[in-house]
Design a protein around this ligand. Sequence first.
Ligand code: HEC
Length: 176
Amino acid sequence: MRTKVKILVVFVVAAFVLTACSMMAGMMGMGDLMTSMENMDAVMSMNMQQRKQHMMKKQQAMLDYGKTLFHDSKLGRNGQNCNSCHPGGATTGGEAQVPMTRMKMPIPTLIGASARFPKFKVPNDRVITLAQMDNNCIKMFMGGEALPLKSRESVALAMYVTSLSNENEVAVGSGK
Ligand code: HEC
């Protein structure tokens, strides 16, 4: 009889802890949404024209920031930046040394690249997004640290790289 009560108590406590944890996790996830909802409040109080201009300005600012980062060697530690290998978003036509191996990889153009993502990459052993691919280059070819995917830096960089594929044919997952 007593053992049954004990088991019941343990079960109730476990259920309570689990519920509390999942609620906390949910609330933490809501954090991002709340911030964007606050931004949304400001946007909602604008008229159509102001709203459109506001959105365009925000978008352009992110794009400009992404372009700046594309030319910024501080993302890495070997003095290289994205533009060193992908000048103007294209390719030098050369190859890049893969660290700790004797392997070299041809440098692709980024024009049209975002139309090929998400895509399976062998080194990652998973299907990755364009922002994760940017991180691959930062780590492999610039000796840098991956940008947190939610950071302004990662988003802006991915946005700029995406813009290089405007008007390109979509070929998601393509190996090219
Ligand atoms: C030292 C040369 C080098 C630098 C610097 C470099 N990359 Fe790359 N990049 C490469 C090579 C080589 C590949 C092909 C790698 C692969 O296929 O796994 C590549 C592939 C890519 C791709 C995928 C293209 C496709 O079609 O699959 C993207 C996107 C990319 N780079 C973005 C960037 C960004 C953004 C930066 C700066 C943060 C950067 N690269 C810096 C050499 C470089």
